[in-house]
Design a protein around this ligand. Structure first.
Ligand code: ADP
Ligand code: MG
Length: 395
């Protein structure tokens, strides 16, 4: 079978049949099925999630696939086609938050979170194959978790709704893996649909699918992975959250989501300069998400370029979470034909996106690669993604 290598942007994921065949070779029995879940790109709405605001991610055409068989005993065996860690073996009884190492903490976290909900997940064998690039800000970890929870929800007959699966995977990430992430990534992966973006209200978790198709508009959504590693755990993220909480408290609202652009004048008088700029980013970003949703529905993706640009400027200048590599990627893409570009994800590294006319894709890609080389930066990975289906059974 083709071994998918998340580092190799061209590698296809193994077909469900190939994955089943490999599973049988490894574990000696056929799997009970094959499920997949995509990575995601956030089109717009950054650092709005924990301010109870709006985000607009979409599921991408890069997926994690898992072949799974439930067992009669409490053994767990897991293998990934990526890397060379071999089969990892453990038991249900050994599942403790913070103890799992390596990639298996994601599927094990899901098993743990389901069992914490009282769902009787037995031992299992699992084979993973993914072509979501790792650590590029495309949520390869949530793709794994969402594929696994979709599989286990069906195999155990738990019957969880998508919104419960979102919360269970959040629990797995927060309490088992130890990453303080929100609900955006798994909402996109579990609730996304082909040709649509997922308009998510992070306050009440309601979702509206918004038509978002790049190809009919003659556009391509390029991802530029700067290869600068990002980390949720560092102080930058925590200090931004603290500023947002302070801003909300001083302004007397539950969360920054409750402020409008019109409230910024008053905020300017009450907040210190830095806190004001942090607040201004969140408030204007929420507004840009709403405007993007409206423009996508009314005019299509060709109209949203200026909002992507404004989002980047706001993160660079007001929220101060960009970095030289992200700025160079965005500026170079814009200068060579992209109609809008912004950093995406939590910041301090990771990826930028550039909405690019089809006939400028080559020019933009070459110009960005060249600019990175000239600046002495690590060569970026540049590839196209399109809005794809959410998690599902495929075999
Ligand atoms: P992101 O979710 O942005 O890609 P994370 O650091 O949250 O970045 O998740 C990346 C981790 O997910 C990797 O370090 C690895 O443990 C795991 N991972 C992702 N894809 C695979 C895979 N195909 N095989 C094994 N582990 C994987
Ligand atoms: Mg992740």
């Amino acid at each position: 079978m083709t071994t998918a290598s998340p580092g190799n942007q061209q590698a296809p994921a193994a077909s469900p049949q190939e994955l089943s065949g490999r599973f049988e070779q490894e574990f000696g029995t056929a799997p009970h099925g094959v499920w997949q879940a995509p990575g995601r790109v956030n089109l717009i709405g950054e650092h709005t999630d924990y301010n109870e605001g709006f985000v607009l991610p979409f599921a991408i055409d890069r997926t994690a696939r898992v072949a799974v068989a439930l067992r009669q005993d409490d053994s767990i065996r897991m293998l990934s086609t990526y890397g060379d860690q071999g089969t990892v073996t453990t038991t249900l009884g050994a599942l403790q938050p913070g103890t799992a190492k390596g990639w298996t903490k994601y599927p094990l976290g899901v098993v743990w979170a389901l069992r914490e909900r009282g769902i009787d997940v037995p031992g299992l064998d699992l084979l993973l194959d993914s072509n979501v690039p790792l650590g590029a800000g495309l949520s390869s970890s949530h793709a794994i978790e969402c594929a696994v929870i979709t599989a286990l929800n069906e195999l155990t007959g738990a019957g969880l709704e998508a919104r419960d699966m979102v919360l269970a995977t959040q629990r797995a990430e927060n309490d088992f893996v130890g990453a303080p992430t929100g609900i955006m990534d798994q909402s996109a992966s579990l609730r996304g649909a082909k040709g649509h973006a997922v308009f998510l209200d992070c306050r009440d978790q309601t979702v509206r699918l918004v038509p978002f198709e790049t190809e009919p508009a003659g556009l391509v959504l390029l991802v530029i992975d700067t290869k600068v590693s990002h980390s949720h755990a560092d102080g930058g993220y925590a200090s931004r959250r603290a500023s947002c909480e302070l801003g909300a408290e001083v302004m007397g609202v539950k969360a920054l989501r409750d402020l409008d652009v019109a409230d910024l004048e008053e905020a300017g008088g009450l907040l210190d300069e830095v806190t004001f700029r942090r607040v201004r980013h969140v408030v204007t970003e929420n507004d840009r998400v709403l405007q993007t949703v409206e423009l996508l529905a009314g005019s299509g993706p060709g109209a949203i370029g200026p909002l992507l640009d404004a989002s980047h400027a706001s993160m660079r200048d007001d929220f101060e979470i960009s970095c030289p590599e992200l700025d160079l990627a965005v500026d170079t893409a814009r200068a060579h034909g992209a109609i809008g570009a912004r950093m995406t994800g939590g910041g301090f590294g990771g990826a930028a996106i550039a909405l690019t006319p089809m006939d400028s894709v080559q020019t933009v890609s070459e110009a960005v690669a060249k600019a990175f080389a000239q600046a002495g930066f690590t060569a970026p990975d540049i590839f196209a993604v399109s809005p794809a289906a959410g998690a599902m059974r495929v075999g």
